[in-house]
Ligand binder design. Structure first.
Ligand code: AMP
Length: 196
């Protein structure tokens, strides 16, 4: 199964992706996680991405496309994968099409988690508080000021992807404001219907 989770920051893509990993035994490919790992490791990519990420802006298409192209060739992706936070621009969406076509594979479904913007800042603040309480590092971009920029980037560059995938007949929408379990159940239904 090859799946894309779409939705603004704080929509619950990461949470749902982790559940899908457990249920389906395929990896979650989060470009945000991969970039944070690169920053942490101090790689060339990490050095170039850090300031952009801290400002809540998008890292260049060339960088993220290269990271994903390399990642999907790893053996654990052979049965499929969940793309979380990628693609985020139309250029990336075209790139993923090309990557999959080159490998003779196709995208199964794109699921958009539809959420109310007003609830998102609260979710991000809570995520930062939870991380702190658990003794985990708090993401530098999980604060209201940077969040506003992330949301602006989402509407400018990522929201058009819903139209892109709708036109391809791949888009399914799920109410992301429901409880975590209810969202999981709805995603399960969508995937079961798509598999028929
Ligand atoms: P995320 O963890 O998905 O919220 O991503 C955190 C940050 O990483 C974003 O605000 C961007 O700066 C960067 N990033 C993650 N994925 C992408 C992507 N597909 N394209 C560009 N930048 C990305």
């Amino acid at each position: 199964m090859r799946l894309i989770l779409l939705g603004p920051p704080g929509a619950g893509k990461g949470t749902q992706a982790q559940r899908l990993v457990e249920q389906h035994g395929i990896p979650q490919l989060s470009t945000g996680d991969m970039l944070r790992a690169a920053v942490q490791a101090g790689t060339e990519v990490g050095k170039r991405a850090k300031a952009v990420m801290d400002a809540g802006e998008l890292v260049s298409d060339a960088i993220v496309n290269a990271i994903v192209a390399e990642r999907i060739d790893q053996p654990d992706c052979a049965k499929g994968f969940i793309l979380d936070g990628y693609p985020r621009t139309l250029v990336q969406a075209d790139a993923v099409e090309a990557m999959l076509a080159e490998r003779g594979i196709a995208l199964d479904t794109v699921i958009e988690l539809v959420v109310d913007d007003k609830a998102l800042v609260g979710r991000i603040v809570k995520r930062a508080e939870d991380a702190k309480a658990a003794g985990q590092p708090v993401r530098k971009d999980d604060n209201p000021a940077v969040f506003e920029e992330r949301l602006r980037e989402y509407y400018k560059k990522t929201a058009p992807l819903t139209g892109y995938y709708y036109a391809k007949g791949k888009l399914k929408t799920v109410d992301g404001m429901a409880s975590i379990d209810a969202v999981t159940a709805e995603i399960d239904k969508v995937l079961a219907a798509a598999a028929k």
